[in-house]
Every structure is written in structure tokens, then in C-alpha cells.
Ligand binder design. Structure first.
Ligand SMILES: [Zn+2]
Length: 165
């Protein structure tokens, strides 16, 4: 009875696997049906009636090949200004795809939107960010040149002490 409940609980846990695990244990997962949960990034690359999307789950990124109609649900793609849609993808993993010149990829059989993406509001406006970065690099440059000068001084001091011997 207890084991039945336990196995039921386990079945309800997300069976998603991390992309990094897929790649690092690619021999074990090759040609197997797997499920991942990841953010859609960049854009849809159309290839006739199929398409490529890139997904990233925070551990790694992978290309997913899928029928073009499966991409219709995807609205937000992750980039500097967006957190892309989080999708759950079921498909067949290949570490050396025959159809795509030995690529590591997933041929999706299903795609579900788990969480809609959104616009990322940057805390610091771009110009302030640039000024801050410039300020930081300027002060670190000053620090480096200061250190170099100090280094030269020390070397001269060392040379002088050698001359004295
Ligand atoms: Zn492929």
C-alpha cells in the first residue's frame, strides 16, 4: 500500500531531464524518448514544413527539430529584453542525428507551454550601464597603471640594491 502511494507520488513528479545531463550522458539517452522543460530562446528557423528552435534550461542549450505547426503556440523568445516562453518538450534525443549531419538534437513529438514569457525590465537604463561600465574600466585601468608603476619602482629598488653589492 505504502509503495503504491510512493510510486504514484513519483509518477506525478516532473519527469523532465536537464539538458546538461542529456549531453553529458548522451550515450545512454541516444535515440530514446525524453522530456525537457526549458526556455525558448532567439527565434524559429523555418525549414519547409518543419522548424528549428533553440531551448535553454539554465544548464545548457539544445536545438529542437519539430513540425512547424508546433511552433505556433510559442509567442515570446528569450533575448536581452525578454524571458522566453517556458515549454515542456517530449521527443527523441540523438547524440549524432543521421538526418542532420551528426548534430546533437531533439526531434519533438509534443510541445506544451508551461509558462508564458515576458518583457524583462532592466533596472539600469542602457546609458547609465555604459557610464558605470566605463567608470569601472577607467578606475581599473588607473589601478593597473598604478600597480605597474609601483612594480617598476620595486624593480629599480631591487636593481639598486644589487648594484650596491
Ligand atoms: Zn535531427
Amino acid at each position: 500500500m505504502v509503495s503504491t502511494i510512493l510510486s504514484l507520488l513519483l509518477a506525478f513528479q516532473s519527469p523532465a531531464i536537464s539538458i546538461n545531463q542529456l549531453i553529458s550522458e548522451s550515450h545512454d539517452f541516444d535515440k530514446k524518448t525524453i522530456m525537457i522543460e526549458a526556455e525558448v530562446i532567439l527565434e524559429v528557423l523555418e525549414r519547409g514544413d518543419h522548424a528549428w528552435i533553440n531551448v535553454n534550461d539554465g544548464t545548457n542549450a539544445i536545438g529542437v527539430y519539430l513540425p512547424i505547426e508546433m511552433t505556433e503556440e510559442i509567442k515570446v523568445f528569450g533575448d536581452y529584453n525578454h524571458r522566453g516562453d517556458i515549454v515542456s518538450i517530449t521527443g527523441v534525443f540523438s547524440r549524432n542525428c543521421d538526418e542532420h549531419g551528426g548534430e546533437i538534437d531533439i526531434h519533438a513529438t509534443s510541445l506544451k507551454i508551461v509558462e508564458r514569457g515576458f518583457v524583462v525590465k532592466h533596472e539600469i537604463p542602457m546609458w547609465k550601464w555604459i557610464v558605470t561600465m566605463f567608470g569601472v574600466s577607467l578606475s581599473s585601468l588607473l589601478l593597473i597603471s598604478h600597480r605597474k608603476r609601483k612594480g617598476k619602482l620595486t624593480k629599480r629598488e631591487a636593481d639598486e640594491s644589487l648594484d650596491m653589492k
